[in-house]
Design a protein around this ligand. Structure first.
Ligand code: COA
Length: 323
């Protein structure tokens, strides 16, 4: 059976760091409030020269280098983003062009903070269906551009960045001992669409708009939704919670991460946390965290890695893979 195996990973962050202390001079907030409620200490903010496509390109190049591959070896690019450079074309084709690729195909996927999980699941289907051999899966965001910098309830939470992996078709035995994606589970429920949304768009206001969020409402649903899709992944593979070597969650808030880990019975030593450094980078947060933990040697070949996310929509999902 064909499996989608992670062959390389990479990430890119804007040059500028914005600390909580600097935030204090922008809005009525404190470092203490932000750290206590969210775990965030700093975030990276794109300057005028940095965009979703440029950050995505940098992460893609790093992932290709890590894999020992060139753009010629890739036949599909899937970019998860809610902050594309333009309404159209997809920023994925911009990245394709920046990489000098004229072959293959490229498209964007939009599932807000669950975007990277949706993109990995989609790439896996293309690979297992025989339509692609190597897929560049990217999560890239510039949420700073859709933040209302006068709204302290949202502007302290988000940051910019990008991460990428190269998925490659490899033969497996069809068992949980295989390397690669073992199972993925996607969910959405649009009845929650007004709890976390951007108040603009091409067919309504003609403007990009700004983020609005009912933080408490999002919090209320997050842990339950996340743990549901984790249980689905374990049931589908007959793996146990104890088999998970690394939980790599979407990095929205340390309290959601800790709450989910506690409910699942996963010790925090097995959880990759970057929210303190990056803030919430939406679809970029999981590949950024993967690149950090694989880059410093925590995640090793053969490890069972569980990705999970929940975000606007609501959307939520999980991907269970062997590194
Ligand atoms: N600095 C200081 N005070 C702030 C603040 C800030 N940046 N933002 C809000 N406050 C204030 C509020 O105005 C409120 O004041 P009041 O009691 O005088 O009205 C108080 O802090 C509590 O606000 P509340 O919204 O109830 O706080 P909370 O404990 O729910 O924490 C979040 C707010 C956003 C951190 C929390 O709800 C959360 O993490 N939600 C999930 C959000 C998330 O992760 N979304 C992304 C999912 S992909």
């Amino acid at each position: 059976m064909i499996r989608s195996v992670v062959r390389g990973f990479g990430s890119a962050l804007p040059k500028r760091v914005l600390t909580n202390q600097e935030m204090e001079s922008k809005v009525d907030t404190t470092d203490e409030w932000i750290v206590q409620r969210t775990g965030i200490r700093q975030r990276y903010i794109a300057d005028e020269s940095e965009t979703t496509a440029s950050l995505g390109e940098a992460a893609a190049r790093a992932a290709l280098d890590n894999a020992g591959l060139t753009p010629d070896d890739i036949d599909l690019i899937i970019l998860a983003t809610s902050t594309p450079d333009n309404t159209f074309p997809a920023s994925a084709v911009d990245i394709q062009n920046r990489l000098g690729m004229k072959h293959g195909a490229a498209f964007d996927i939009q599932a807000v903070c669950t975007g990277f999980v949706y993109a990995m699941s989609t790439a896996d289907l293309y690979i297992r269906g025989g339509m692609a051999k190597r897929v560049l899966v990217i999560g890239a965001e510039t949420f700073s551009r859709i933040l209302d910098w006068n709204d302290r309830t949202t502007c302290v939470l988000f940051g910019d960045g990008a991460g990428a992996v190269v998925l490659e078709a490899q033969e497996g035995q069809g068992t949980a001992g295989d390397r690669g994606i073992l199972t993925s589970h996607l969910r959405s429920d649009g009845s929650h669409k007004d709890k976390l949304y951007v108040n603009g768009g091409p067919s309504t206001t003609g403007q990009a708009g700004f983020i609005h969020m009912e933080g408490r409402e999002v919090f209320k649903y997050a842990v339950g939704m996340i743990t549901d899709v984790v249980y689905d992944a374990l049931a589908a593979t007959a793996l146990e919670v104890e088999d998970i070597d690394w939980l790599v969650p979407h990095q929205a808030n340390i309290r959601i991460i800790e709450g989910s880990a506690r409910k699942l019975g996963i010790p925090m030593e097995k959880v990759v946390v970057t929210v303190d450094q990056h803030g919430n980078t939406s679809a970029a947060s999981i590949p950024l965290a993967l690149a950090a933990a694989a880059g410093d040697g925590r995640i090793k070949e053969g490890d069972i890695v569980l990705l999970e996310a929940m975000g606007g929509g609501f959307t939520w999902g999980s991907v269970l893979l062997r590194w």
